[in-house]
Ligand binder design. Sequence first.
Ligand code: GLU
Length: 483
Amino acid sequence: MTKEVRTRFAPSPTGTMHIGNLRSALYEYLVAKNQSGKFVLRIEDTDQQRFVEGATKIIYDTLKLFNLVHDEGPDVGGPYNPYIQSERKDTYLPYAKQLVKSGHAYYCFCTKERLDDLRTKAEENKEQFKYDRHCLSLSEDEINEKLKSDEYIIRQKMPDSGQLIYNDSVFGRLTFDNNTLEDQVLIKSDGFPTYNFANVIDDHLMNITHVVRGSEYLSSTPKYIHLYNAFNWDVPVFVHLPLIVKEGGKKMSKRSNDGIISVLIDKGYLPEAILNYIALLGWSHGDSEEFFTLAELEKEFSIKGISKSPSIFDENKLKWMNGEYIRKMTDSQFHDIVYERLKDVLIHTLDTEKIAKILHKRTEVLTDIENNIDFFNKVGEYDKELYFHKKMKCDYEVAIIVLPQVISIFEELTSWDHDAIYQSLADLATKLEYKNGKVMWPVRVALTGKPVTPGGAIDIADILGKDMTIKRLKTAIDKLEKN
Ligand code: GLU
């Protein structure tokens, strides 16, 4: 019988969810679901100084928004409770002590000052800081004496020589010289385990079979494997994900707002489009297909398709993909969104279904909706040069001929709908021996005061209604006559 695949998303609650975190969560979810396995959420809050109030809620909300449903976790429970590391605090020390006993770890009593000193010296010599094993040579009596004060940390003892070789599912066979590995801290002076220790203990205790995470952990993994070996535990499959970089190869910085999920949502990206886009940040299907729902990804995803070269986060590509998702919506789905976004923005009572229709093809991110319809509320200041349109053979002198006649015609119109408005303007163009555009252009400018709008003169007049249309045309004429 093969073992059930179990993956985990193990975020630290530091306040924001970034596309890097979300991609890890997605790939972890997919590795599990693709093999009918379990996806676990574990909160890694052992670094109490980095803890941010409310950050755990952001993690839950984000997973929910993207439909990455976890089978086990702090909120839903599971057989390996608790799933929050701070609540497992007492679990780790006995394991560290076991390693001390077996010679794979040791107590360290060095003061912060001494360690800072060593760090400064290493920096001055342009060397990478590595603990000098000062406390490794303490006698048993010295150790027992110092332990009385209860102020200690526990460090892992790396082998002095030899190499550690491991196979990463994405990066292949990797070789590390043991003497380059630092005697990392396992238990800190506050009694909490470090991430480096807790992740190994918990991955083992929670039966995690595949450790999927960012490639920044590639170089720490040999130290973790030494821990697994010291305990005689099975080593999980390691799947390290490629870096996500900005265009030009620059590192994405957590401080820049670019890849923060809540910022992308505020900018008007749809969760389905973000998810689809980040699925492609490091994975490809093998053919040119780019559009995937989560259900399709669950079927199609495979570790083999993950690439090790850095992936570029290109917001323009995301925007394009988002636009495609919007265009795939039905009229009524899109209208629901438009209605929600405009219900408190529009100051006049207008037909939002008609507004949705003119916006649908032109919307790439949802914020385009409110950003492109301000003219429905009010015509802002504009220059009469706006009436100039070379191709339509139009300028403000044409406008002053056309607009009063449009008003008279509109006043006579008994039905106010798209066809009636169109026919009346087309008839006027015929009468004046103009092309239609020469009539439509000044009407659109007069109704909106904008060089470009979603929808043309007829759509906009139809939405504004007869009274407001005529009122705006009169105001436009006054403005033309004044200048
Ligand atoms: N808590 C770590 C982080 O947020 C998890 C890394 C891992 O998946 O092992 O980066």
